[in-house]
Design a protein around this ligand. Structure first.
Ligand SMILES: [Fe+2]
Length: 384
């Protein structure tokens, strides 16, 4: 994701004998991406991290069945009408929209994960609409708060410990991985000086050494199903690690927005790139400054992508009928744009207070049954 980090004790070279004070051999765990071609992290365990028994999985969320085709239309789903599921995060996820690249859902937990979880299907990117908590992994503890993105790399064993109080997290399960858009990095891998954020904006795990929470069970999601494993020893028995694969949190309000003489396209708001998808952050900002600029987005056919917008708070000048928690879905092939009056009404505006997460998806999104249950049936006709 970002630069290489080193935490705790690591040996002088990869793959050499690394012993504790009593002469015991420590064991590597290599968390790699793209086979062995991509970024990686190597952690050093006190015990063999791969000693696991098979057990029946007792946790996992409901993966949606295949959806029958529906008429193409502009859609609006009100996640604010979705009753909290409760329970731990590993059970409290409700998928709403999905494609072969990304699954968009809502997570409404009220208890800590009682098991460790590793998603073998993809990276998990959350946006914390309400609440906060702690992500615990062998790489350290990572706090996340309301208005943060939380990125968890595929395959990382971890558990989520929500704070007390209501929790509503948008979840983007990125089945082909996610990361920093390449246009924001220079040839050394640093974030460019003209990127909309810098390394200092990201929160990193705080490593404190080996930990035994007396938890041994783990759930793994792979190929859309959940599987159970039982470790012989604590999987958090790590004395040190180094590498570039680790979870991060990013406060959306640290995103540095741009304004242009006239309206800038969403690509300028790109925050995370996933296979077949771009995640954009729309944050409060000054708008376009040409004396005759129309700050409201122009009507457009979003050629190639399904576009969804998750409304967080503020004035959503181009839309009516949506509110915090709404998800609009404008599929490729259907022109979309502002609601009546919004285009003209935006003339002369100097600022916008909108806060929203947008996702452009190259593969068509289908609606899960949970989304159909919270759909605003009048949305398509609300543009007249
Ligand atoms: Fe759009």
């Amino acid at each position: 994701m970002l630069e290489r980090l080193v935490r705790g004790e690591v040996p002088k070279k990869h793959h050499i004998a690394f012993r504790d004070a009593e002469g015991g051999l420590r064991h590597e765990e290599c968390l790699t991406r793209a086979g062995f071609d991509g970024p990686y992290t190597i952690a050093y365990h006190q015990h063999r991290p791969h000693a696991q028994h098979l057990v029946l999985p007792e946790h996992g969320w409901n993966v949606p069945p295949s959806a029958p085709p529906r008429p193409i239309a502009k859609r609006h789903y009100r996640t604010q009408d979705l009753a909290p599921v409760g329970g731990p995060p590993v059970d409290a996820r409700v998928p709403l929209l999905y494609s072969s690249d990304v699954v968009v859902g809502l997570v409404t937990p009220d208890a800590p994960d009682p098991v460790y979880f590793a998603n073998g299907d993809g990276d998990d990117l959350y946006f914390i609409f309400q609440g906060g908590g702690l992500l615990r992994s062998a790489l350290g503890d990572l706090r996340f708060e309301q208005d943060h993105y939380l990125y968890v790399p595929r395959g990382l064993l971890h558990r989520l410990i929500p704070d007390d109080g209501p929790q509503r997290w948008l979840s983007l399960e990125c089945l082909g991985g996610a990361g920093i858009p390449k246009q924001w990095k220079n040839e050394a891998g640093q974030l460019r000086m003209d990127a909309p954020y810098c390394e200092r904006d990201f929160r990193l795990p705080e490593f404190q050494g080996p930990l035994d929470e007396r938890l041994r069970d783990q759930v793994v999601k792979r190929n859309g199903a959940f599987h159970g494993l039982r470790h012989e020893t604590s999987p958090l028995d790590v004395v040190g690690w180094d590498g570039a694969v680790y979870p991060v949190a990013f406060p959306i309000l640290s995103f540095q927005p741009r304004a242009g003489l006239v309206h800038l396209p969403p690509t300028w708001h790109g925050t995370f790139a996933a296979r077949g998808a771009l995640v954009c952050s729309f944050v409060p900002r000054v708008v376009d400054f040409h004396p005759e600029a129309i700050p409201c987005p122009y009507p457009h056919a979003n050629v190639d992508v399904d576009e969804i917008l998750f409304y967080v708070r503020g004035e959503f000048t181009s839309r009516r009928g949506v509110g915090p928690g709404s998800i609009s879905h404008h599929p490729a092939g259907v022109m979309h744009g502002p609601h009546p009056g919004a285009y003209e009404g935006s003339l002369g505006a100097r600022t916008t207070s909108e806060l929203a997460v947008m996702l452009d998806c190259y593969q068509p999104l289908s609606a899960a049954p949970a989304a159909l249950a919270i759909e605003d049936e009048g949305y398509q006709e609300s543009f007249f």
